[in-house]
Structures are given as C-alpha cells and as structure tokens.
Ligand binder design. Structure first.
Ligand SMILES: Cc1cc2nc3c(=O)[nH]c(=O)nc-3n(C[C@H](O)[C@H](O)[C@H](O)COP(=O)(O)O)c2cc1C
Length: 300
C-alpha cells in the first residue's frame, strides 16, 4: 500500500502497525501469524533471565466494551529460550524483543542475549503493573539507569516502554531520551481492578491487573501528544488502537508508528492489514502521500 512505509529509529517498516508485546509473542510460529496478518513489525512477549510462571488464575478478564484486564505477570520461558524462537524468524519484518529485569544489569544482560539472536531492536518493559520490582518507569532516575546500562551494552535501537501510572510520564520520557533511548513506546496497561458482587472479592487472582483496549485510548493519546512535544526521538503509540482512524489520531498527536494488542481479539489477526488499509484510505481521501505528512499535525 502506497505511502505507508515509515522509519522508526533506523528500522524500516512497510506499514506503521506493530504487534504489541505480550499478545501472542511467545513463539516464532505465533509471531509469524501476526506477520501474515499484515503487521509492519512484531514485538515479542517480555522476557526475563529466568523462566517465570506468572500470577494465579484468573489472569485475564473482559472489560466491555472491547477491553481487557490482565494480570498475566510476565509469564515467559526465559530469555534464552525465547531468543532461540526469535532466531527462527527470517527477516520478513523487523522483530523487536521486549525485555525486563529486577535490576539495570539484568535488563542489559537480557538485551545482549536478544541482540545475539539477531533482533532488530529492543523494547525495555519499564512499566508492567503485574510484577513488583520491575516498574523502573515510575521514576526518572530508575528509568534512566536502565536505559543507560542497556545502551552501554547493545548497539541496537532501544525503545523505552512507559506507563501513565508514573507520576509524570513526560519527565520519565525525557529522562530516557537523555540516557540515550532511541524511541519511546507509550503506553503500557494501566493499573485497574474488578470486584465480583457474589464473592465480594476482586476477580483477578492477583487482585489488581492492567487495563487495555478501547478505554485506554484517550489516556494513551494524551501521553503520546505530551511526550512528542518534549522529546526528539520517535514515539510509538500504543493503547486502544483498533481502527485506522484510531491510528491516525496517534499520528496527528506525533506518533511515528502504532502498536496493536487487545484489538487482535476483537478484529482478528488481520487487524494489522485492516488498520493499514484504513490508514491508506484516510491519507488518500485527504490527498496526503505518506504517514509522515500528518505526523504531529495536531501540535501546529
Ligand atoms: C494479555 C496481555 C499481556 C501483555 N503482556 C505484555 C508484556 O509482556 N510486555 C509488555 O510490555 N506489555 C504487555 N502487555 C501490554 C500491551 O503490550 C499494550 O501495551 C497494552 O495492552 C495496551 O495496548 P492495547 O490497548 O492495544 O492492548 C500485555 C497486554 C495484554 C492484554
């Protein structure tokens, strides 16, 4: 499709839609399905040094309309095993690994493993609400330490994934840029909960989880808009995007590309192709020749 190519921190995408981390990103086979669904890039599930089982069930519940509350807790087979999976992906689209850790050093070690697996970039999950001790994105100094350590150890583009649960997400984004981040992904899920009226108890086994989907979009959009105003590095929008029109709002706010997670459930795996097609239609109808033509327009 014409005019959809974008460049993000030196990574070329055939269209600006990306699979968000944690949504079927645990194996080469499942990532390939997103590629076949039209994704311009894929982000793998966040991984840690050691395999992790995650939180007690239930870990995912639906929040109408078109939303989820999850406390999956970064369950993953460990970076070594996931790196072997990512190694199998052969250059069809850019692959971004997502790593987390309990210290800046652990983030960096995991990023090094992913670099050795041949990925195109690394996203630092500084913002998962479901694993205590890993939310380095709540505070500027902590986020900065992680980004600096990773940048010292790897040559790949590094993206810092942030949360609006941070007191001041814009300051955290600026701190990450100062520490050398090549891009910002905004945002992760927001801390939220649901209570069962019969049991009179929280529904999630972990009590609290992360909210995603349609209801997150206005918050994510506000974050992207404010971050894009303050940083020069590219911003990737994420949160509640399920249509081309949603994506266009993020471009107008200043996003260079968008990630899609929860909408895979509601529009199917072809959501990437559909959203890309809808973006192309928007551009064509209004006489724009590329996504770059409208990026950041809402700031002018
Ligand atoms: C079931 C589930 C698991 C997730 N796991 C991760 C993860 O491992 N790492 C991460 O950075 N984000 C994770 N996320 C957050 C998504 O990548 C995304 O930031 C969030 O869901 C908002 O986008 P969406 O509204 O399009 O889903 C997860 C989200 C869901 C719903």
């Amino acid at each position: 499709m014409h005019g959809l190519e974008v460049e993000v921190a030196g990574i070329m995408l055939k269209n600006p839609t990306m699979l968000a981390s944690g949504i079927m990103g645990l194996s080469a086979a499942s990532l390939r399905r997103a590629v076949r669904g039209g994704a311009g890039a894929v982000v793998a599930k966040s991984c840690s040094s050691q395999p992790r089982e995650g939180n007690p069930n239930p870990t995912v519940i639906e929040v109408p309309p078109r939303g989820l509350l999850n406390s999956v807790g970064l369950a993953n087979p460990g970076c070594r095993e996931l790196a072997e999976e990512l190694r199998k992906l052969g250059g069809e689209v850019p692959v971004i690994a997502s790593v987390y850790g309990f210290s800046p050093e652990e983030y960096a070690e995991n990023a090094v493993l992913m670099q050795q697996a041949g990925v195109d970039g690394v996203e630092l999950n500084l913002s998962c609400p479901n694993v205590e001790g890993t939310v380095f994105g709540y505070r500027e100094e902590l986020a900065q330490e992680v980004v600096s350590e990773v940048k010292r150890r790897v040559k790949l583009p590094v993206f810092a994934k942030l949360t609006a649960d941070a007191g001041d997400v814009v300051s955290v984004a600026k701190a990450c840029e100062e520490a050398g981040a090549d891009g910002i992904t905004a945002i992760n899920t927001l801390r939220a909960m649901s209570i069962d009226l019969t049991a009179r108890q929280p529904v999630l086994g972990n009590r609290v989880g992360g909210l995603s989907g349609a209801c997150l979009k206005p918050v994510a959009l506000r974050c992207v808009y404010e971050i894009a105003e303050e940083v020069r590095i590219p911003v990737i929008g994420c949160g509640g995007i399920s249509t081309g029109r949603d994506a266009v709002e993020f471009f107008l706010a200043g996003a260079r590309a968008v990630q899609i997670g929860t909408a895979v459930l509601y529009r199917g795996l072809n959501v990437f192709r559909k959203v890309a097609q809808e973006i192309a239609e928007y551009l064509e109808e209004r006489g724009y020749s590329s996504v770059g033509d409208i990026t950041g327009m809402a700031h002018r």
